[in-house]
Design a protein. Structure first.
Lengths: 317, 521
């Protein structure tokens, strides 16, 4: 892919992020409840306290002024601070959460790919057989089952019954890599099963289409082993649409696996965003939305770049 | 005597019996000698161990003057101490950082002597200047939590090496209870969220936002031998089912501030303890905007109160609430038995009140409910809406978040608001929170009745218990009749914990003190 094309996509990314963040900025301020109410809690406070807090947070200025100040700060890479998080910088609040979500999303998706590729290929190569029916049943189950239900089921099975894993939470990798992995296992398994459900279907459909091509028939006629035909000749071409879906899934996962993070008490971006939204922590939510938008756009860019690697026609074009 | 073959088995059994007796005797000899005194080893506190507590949310701040949630208070309680505190068992005011105090005859100066030898977690000695700084900061406008408690504070001075003089604008009976909610920090200190320093039983070690807050034993804590625990870790586990699972599986030792009521039976079945406070420490209520029709009509408000099935509310909350229509607990000496009671649902009376008020066909209303505060709040709101239907109230429920609820009340943009609150054991606090706090402006009734506020002002400044009681009774008579704020139940909830967690006493105001907690395992 030519470098100007990459730069073009990055420029588009900036525009998309600006549009999304502007929408969030104004929509958020139209919602009932504000940052001061979030700080005061349900007991509220009298007018003088409320006014003093609004002044301290700059909320007594006009919306346009607030927006202008925020955009100017963003342009300098400053996402602001959050009084709901002890006046910590938004970057320091978001960074760990982003890392935790990215870890869960990438590993979960990787597991999903590892499950869906062989399953999809087997089903696509054996259409109408028991293998195909089983793969499709598993696939439908995977994306039909609600994530919270699956998560709780896995928790009950692997913690209460089998006592293999802890019941949610997070352990620092540096403190104990083994404990970290044990805490990661069930949420990754949940994400993996869910994504495998939809990815298997795509892989299967793609394989069915590719396996009907003439060059595949030629390969078989030449006596090439079936597994080579499937994995070497068919997979490459059938992976193009598959990669698109993987890229979209990754973007969505990075944006927030709210339910899974909630069930497993995984301190990721989704959970943080929900809590920040409830507390009307404006700066944190705005920062989080920016990150999510960037994740989706970057994921799509990565997909495009991968396309050009896999498809020589795109490199020449 | 000759030994016969037949006698051998008999001697073998005798030898075995003798051996058994010796073994049993040895076991008895090795047992705890104190067992003879009625004590067992497991009753005596043991030092050491880590207590892990799962909470639904993280604290957003550890600023002891600006906290706003129970989750924040439970963490702050471990880091800081106050001049006074409430005895967890009796609710009486007892000494903490102040050992003695004396109120001047005019009630305007409270002289307090500080406990000698107290140090902050960083080893610096507690001085009177620290108390002056803390109280002055607590009374500042931006101290959103503590400023309303100190509206009567005029000034604070150092009085000698180990004392302070607290000057009040007017006599106030609640000052000692108010001081129990003001935490003491070092003079000039502001670093509450990165390295908090207090005189509490635990000191700050680390805080991973949205994950965990770790506290370690404060070696400079003034109570010798305490705390027993080496470490306390607060984890963040938003999902109630996961919290309960972690407790059942033994991964955490406590879930706080309260056990999810929907899983109370599950916890009991799993053999876990539910630590309930000795007294009701909170309430569920309906706030009414009396500025709009028909809610400016007392009969309509009374009708709604009679229509609500409070027994159904108690039943729906599975033992974590009690039937109550008066915010003053029935066990309190301030409870006026002759004040109007609405504990028993009375649909016929509700209907006749509505008819007399000119609404024979009933009333429609929108009620905002604080559902995000917990499933119990949602349950209460649903029971209210359902049970009031029989009397002709058509209440549409709108679940809102805490911030939206606060704003809507503040802007008077509501008709009915279902929420709740917590009170300290101080009787005056119950009265204040019930009818005279910030919500009174939202409700709109009190500003039009200055005579009732005058009763409260006189009650605060009452010089004798009998005068205080008389005034509170008068307030109750009026407010229970007016029903501008309808009380639908008393809260009786607390943490759930493992059986081997000992020494924990649940307190009514979600104040959770862990200095006397120890692990029997």
């Amino acid at each position: 892919m030519k470098s100007w094309h990459v730069l073009n996509r990055l420029a588009q990314m900036v525009i998309v992020m600006w549009i999304v963040s502007t929408l969030v900025f104004f929509i958020f301020r139209v919602l009932p409840g504000d940052e001061v109410s979030g700080l005061l809690g349900v007991d509220g406070a009298d007018e003088s306290v409320r006014s003093a807090l609004e002044h301290k947070l700059g909320l007594d200025r006009s919306l346009i002024v607030q927006y202008g100040q925020w955009i100017a700060a963003i342009a300098h890479g400053n996402l602001g601070t959050s009084p709901q998080y002890g006046d910590a910088t938004v970057t320091s609040v978001l960074a760990p959460a982003i890392g935790h979500s990215a870890e869960l999303a990438i590993l979960g998706l990787l597991l999903g790919v590892l499950i869906s590729v062989p399953l999809g290929i087997s089903a696509g190569a054996r259409v109408g057989t028991r293998v195909d029916h089983l793969a499709r049943a598993l696939s439908v189950s995977g994306f039909s089952i609600p994530s919270f239900w699956l998560g709780i089921l896995l928790l009950l099975l692997f913690t209460s019954v089998m006592h293999w894993f802890p019941s949610g939470g997070y352990a620092d990798f540096e403190a104990s890599p083994v404990e970290h992995l044990r805490h990661l296992a069930l949420p990754v398994l949940t994400v993996g099963i869910m994504t495998a459900g939809s990815l298997t279907r795509f892989m299967r459909s793609s394989m069915v289409g590719v396996l009907a091509e003439d060059y595949i028939r030629t390969a078989r006629a030449k006596g090439i082993a079936p597994w080579l035909v499937n994995y070497r000749h068919a997979l490459r071409n059938s992976s193009l649409p598959f990669i698109t879906v993987v890229g979209l899934e990754l973007g969505q996962l990075l944006g927030g696996m709210i339910v899974i993070e909630q069930v497993f008490a995984w301190p990721g971006l989704g959970q943080l965003t929900i809590k920040a939204l409830e507390a009307r922590a404006y700066t944190v939510v705005q920062g989080s939305v920016l990150v999510a938008a960037a994740a989706v756009v970057l994921a799509n860019l990565a997909v495009d770049l991968t396309y050009s690697v896999l498809d020589p026609r795109l490199r020449r074009g | 005597m000759t030994r016969t073959p037949a006698a051998e088995p008999k001697r073998a059994r005798l030898r075995m019996a003798l051996c058994g007796l010796v073994i049993l005797g040895s076991i008895a000899a090795c047992s705890d000698p104190s067992e003879g005194n009625g004590e067992s080893q497991s009753d005596r506190p043991r030092s050491g161990g880590t207590l892990t507590i799962a909470t639904p949310e993280d604290a957003k701040t550890l600023n002891p003057f600006q906290w706003s949630t129970k989750e924040e208070l439970i963490r702050i309680n471990q880091l800081y101490s106050s001049l006074t505190r409430f005895d967890p068992k009796t609710g009486d005011i007892v000494a903490d950082l102040a050992t003695t105090w004396n109120l001047s005859p005019d009630g305007l100066t409270l002289s307090m002597r500080l406990r000698p030898g107290v140090k902050f977690a960083d080893g610096k000695a507690l001085k009177a200047e620290d108390v002056v700084y803390s109280l002055t900061t607590a009374a500042g406008t931006l101290s959103t939590k503590t400023a309303p408690l100190l509206t009567s504070l005029s000034s604070v001075d150092v009085a000698g090496d180990d004392g302070v003089s607290i000057h009040l604008k007017a006599r106030t009976r609640s000052i000692l209870g108010d001081l129990a909610q003001i935490f003491i920090v070092p003079a000039g200190f502001t670093d509450y969220n990165t390295h908090p320093i207090g005189t509490g039983p635990f000191q700050f070690e680390s805080w991973q936002h949205n994950q965990s807050l770790t506290l370690t034993k404060n070696p400079n804590y003034w109570a010798t031998g305490k705390p027993y625990l080496d470490r306390v870790v607060f984890t963040v586990v938003p999902d109630p089912s996961t919290r309960v699972l972690q407790l059942i599986n033994g991964e955490v030792q406590m879930i706080a501030p309260t056990a999810p009521f929907a899983q109370v039976q599950q916890l009991k079945s799993a053999g876990l303890n539910l630590a309930l406070p000795n007294q009701v420490g909170g309430y569920y209520d309906v706030r009414i905007n009396t500025r709009i029709q028909p809610w400016d009509n007392k009969s309509v408000r009374q009708a709604l109160s009679y229509a609500i099935d409070r027994q159904a509310i108690e039943d729906s909350l599975l033992g974590t609430a009690i039937v109550s229509s008066n915010p003053i607990p029935e066990t309190s000496t301030l409870f006026d038995k002759s004040a109007a009671s609405y504990n028993q649902q009375d649909i016929a009376k509700a209907k006749s009140l509505l008819k007399a008020a000119g609404y024979p066909n009933g009333v429609e209303a929108n009620m905002i409910a604080l559902c995000s505060a917990g499933l119990d709040y949602k349950n209460v709101a649903q029971v209210i809406a359902t049970s009031a239907k029989d009397a002709g109230f058509d209440i549409s429920l709108q679940c809102v978040e805490t911030t939206a609820f606060t704003e809507m009340l503040g802007e008077r943009n509501f008709t009915l608001g279902s929420a709740g609150g917590a009170t300290t054991p101080d009787p005056l606090n119950s009265v204040f929170k019930a009818w005279f706090d910030q919500n009174a402006d939202a409700i709109g009734w009190l500003p039009n009745h200055p005579e009732v506020r005058d009763l409260y002002t006189r009650a605060i400044a009452a010089t004798s218990d009998s005068e205080f009681e008389k005034l509170v009774f008068q307030i109750q008579q009026i407010e229970q009749d007016e029903q501008n704020r309808i009380y639908v139940g008393g809260k009786l909830s607390g943490p759930a914990l493992q059986k081997y967690v000992r020494g924990f006493v649940a307190e009514s105001y979600h104040q959770t003190f862990l200095d006397s907690v120890w692990l029997a395992k």
